[in-house]
Design a protein. Structure first.
Length: 279
């Protein structure tokens, strides 16, 4: 064994120490989320089944593929009463990552799990388990995002309309500063006053139109409350951007600033129907 004075260490000792520290490190540190990358056939299958992808610019498509890998590495999918296949998980992830193309994966840091039911679920379900115990639970409608809780989706609904996924993801973004109230955490470059003015005016106008029995410009579900107004507006923003820009230009402008995207440049209207899914 060669030593280099009192404070010298042999190569062997240094290597032993390294091995020891690495072993400790492996035990003490949580394993980093393994990067997940879609292989080329998976990506090609996704491009074929999710219509918005082929309308993205090359840079946006690259960013989407990266976000999808990050999302798959960090989020847990659970099928409730259905076996969720990899292509279904990938399809959900693609829609979920569209709003955060430029916001980054950390915008979804407050929640972990995506629960997928086979079909639209009743608001209240009762069932008897194998042990004969009676259960009763309130479960959400087509899709629901709870603050910091799981995002709940129904496969039949999202296969018929992928915009439902963007709707639910918008609620989780909205929750980013506490309440789900139609006011997500805005970047410093945006004016909170301008956001509030635009959304308050459009929301009040929609409610007035409905009260007068007039045909509303957007889905009347948006009149439920400001959080639903935002989520519904985001569905139009990403998938009927030409229409939203014409009908509610102030809302389009605010959303373009927030998401840092201009979907009307992709196409005025973008299908959200999964090929092969029932209408
Ligand atoms: Zn909603």
């Amino acid at each position: 064994m060669t030593t280099r004075g009192h404070f010298g260490y042999s190569e062997r000792m240094i290597q032993d120490l390294r091995n020891l520290l690495q072993g400790l490190g492996r035990r003490l540190l949580p394993a980093p989320a393994a990067p997940v990358t879609l292989n080329d056939p998976e990506w090609a299958a996704l491009c074929a089944s999710v219509p918005f992808i082929e309308l993205l610019s090359p840079d946006e498509a690259l960013a989407l593929r990266e976000r999808i890998g990050q999302f798959l590495a960090r989020k847990t999918f659970k099928g409730i009463g259905l076996e969720l296949l990899p292509w279904q998980r990938n399809m959900i992830t693609a829609y979920a990552c569209l709003p955060i193309l430029h916001l980054g994966i950390d915008a979804y840091r407050d929640w972990q799990t995506v629960l997928v039911y086979p079909d639209t679920f009743a608001p209240e379900q009762e069932w008897v388990d194998e042990a004969g115990v009676h259960h009763q639970a309130v479960v959400p409608q087509a899709g629901e995002a709870w603050e910091r809780g799981p995002v709940v989706l129904s496969w039949n609904d999202i296969a018929a309309d992928g915009a439902v996924i963007v709707h639910e993801m918008t609620h989780t973004l909205d929750a980013g500063n506490g309440d789900v109230n139609g006011f997500p955490p805005l970047p410093e470059s945006m004016s909170a006053a301008d956001w509030t003015a635009a959304f308050s005016a459009a929301y009040e106008h929609l409610r007035e139109e409905l009260e007068r029995g007039r045909e509303p410009a957007i889905d009347p579900y948006a009149a439920t409350d400001p959080a639903e107004f935002l989520a519904v507006a985001c569905e139009y923003f990403f998938f009927a951007p030409g229409y939203l820009r014409d009908e509610l230009p102030e809302i389009y402008l605010q959303l373009a600033g927030y998401f840092r995207q201009e979907p009307h440049l992709r196409a005025p209207e973008i299908s959200t129907h999964l090929p092969g899914a029932a209408a």
